[in-house]
Write a protein that binds this ligand. Structure first.
Ligand SMILES: Nc1nc2c(ncn2[C@@H]2O[C@H](COP(=O)(O)OP(=O)(O)O)[C@@H](O)[C@H]2O)c(=O)[nH]1
Ligand SMILES: [Mg+2]
Ligand SMILES: [Zn+2]
Length: 273
């Protein structure tokens, strides 16, 4: 029977099938280092013996958090407390799209802003270039976006990831707020990955994602992850233009959000160092 690994508790795997969730062990060959099971894996199980026999090929595989077959990521960004960090947002967009994962951007803590016009402009920009943009009060829209998908939640600590998931399903009862965070600090909780059922989809609250790096990406791949550049690049004089120092560059002339272009330059510069 086919199922999906949704959790791992000291090498006992929770496998969700159409019927129910089974607690299974893995066959010996699936315990070897180069063949390890991940949360997210589609597997074949023997439901009598409660054993995982086989892993089906993965669509993609993230390292931090360790999870496979991810359809999309919600990047949670707070506009205050912690303060708006567009550098991290652009970094996450690049890394996540590199893994062939769709992107939803969810802004939080808009209630803390007196003047919302600047943030509105930023939200409109990301929407315009092709991402799904929402905020943490639009729960209906988020539920719609989560349907039948496997979603990871990414973003800096304190932006409101766990609160958002609790809003989507109060039964999750995920730990939130500052006090509990400082109590947990030091304990090894960040490695734990679990897929939670939501709106016929699955969601992982994944604390490690904010540390994701551009290391595996080439300069070319970083450039191509800025998808709005595609609209203009054919008009650049040089075919493989990096849109930084070249003459007659159409991207530099285009109406790109200033912070985003600056972040792009920083990422490319990091690669040169
Ligand atoms: N004012 C305000 N506070 C929020 C909002 N969303 C979350 N918070 C608070 O921000 C803090 C951190 O939230 P939490 O969900 O633990 O963030 P996480 O670290 O990303 O999981 C908590 O005290 C929440 O109550 C929001 O939209 N507005
Ligand atoms: Mg949290
Ligand atoms: Zn160019």
């Amino acid at each position: 029977m086919r199922g999906r690994v949704i959790g791992n508790i000291s090498n006992l795997y929770k496998v969700k099938t159409d019927k129910e969730v089974y607690l299974c062990c893995a066959r010996g060959k699936l315990k070897q280092e180069n063949n390890k099971l991940l949360v997210g894996d589609i597997v074949e199980i023997d439901q009598e013996q409660k054993i995982i026999d086989k892993i089906y090929p993965r669509k993609n595989e993230l390292i931090r958090p360790p999870i496979s077959n991810v359809d999309q990521a919600i990047i949670v960004v707070s506009v205050m407390k912690p303060k708006l960090d567009l550098y991290l947002l652009d970094r996450l967009i690049s890394i996540i799209s590199y893994h062939d994962v769709e992107i939803i951007i969810c802004f939080t803590k808009l209630d803390l802003l007196e003047n919302k016009s600047d943030i509105k402009e930023i939200m409109d920009y990301y929407q315009k270039i092709g991402y799904s943009v929402t905020n943490n009060n639009d729960i209906d829209k988020l539920k719609e976006l989560l349907k039948n998908k496997v979603t990871v939640v990414a973003g800096q600590s304190g932006v409101g990831k766990s609160s958002l998931l609790n809003k989507l399903n109060p039964e999750f009862n995920l730990i939130t707020d500052e006090i509990s965070r400082s109590l947990r600090r030091g304990k090894n909780t960040t490695k734990h990955v679990e897929l939670l059922e939501i709106e016929s989809g699955l969601v992982a609250d994944t604390p490690g994602f904010s540390m994701a790096s551009l290391e595996q990406m080439s300069k070319e791949e970083i450039r191509d992850s800025f998808k709005e550049f595609d609209l203009y690049k054919d008009d650049c004089q040089y075919r493989d233009c990096y849109h930084i120092n070249e003459n007659n560059c159409a991207v530099k002339q285009a109406d790109i959000l200033e912070s985003r272009y600056q972040n792009y330059c920083k990422f490319i510069k990091e690669k040169d160092e």
